[in-house]
Design a protein around this ligand. Sequence first.
Ligand code: FES
Length: 154
Amino acid sequence: MGFPDFFMGEFSEDTDFDETALDAARRELNDGPEAPREFTFACRIQDIPSDGQRGKVVEMDRDEVAIFQIGGELFAISNICPHENSPILAAGIVHCEAMTVTCPLHGWTFDMASGTMLSGTEGVADSGAIGGLGGIPVYDVKVEQDEVWLRLRE
Ligand code: FES
């Protein structure tokens, strides 16, 4: 796929870009250079429901995260269902054996370990709501004493 004619008219293939300026613009746009992701304190383990049926919601950077405890294991995924951007997955329907959570609003289902969307596109593919969606953000979990720490998985 090429650029439209009106766009190509302003540049030739020989156009030299100022890579330094381009880099500076990227950094400004992204709030500075990419820093290695660090674990961030999220909550205490006793704050997370232990029955696996509900998640604990915490604020992390620019995301809302749902932390689930299933069989003594912790899973942290974005709380935001990408269909309509609803902050609701912590209250989703948890399938403990399959390690999945289903959005209670319209049934989109996500794998808790990987964030992959497993189902939910049927019947709404033409609505424009999906747009190449592959899943939701997932967080690595670290427990120290009774503290739960999260790091956005790359
Ligand atoms: S808002 Fe989650 S499936 Fe519609």
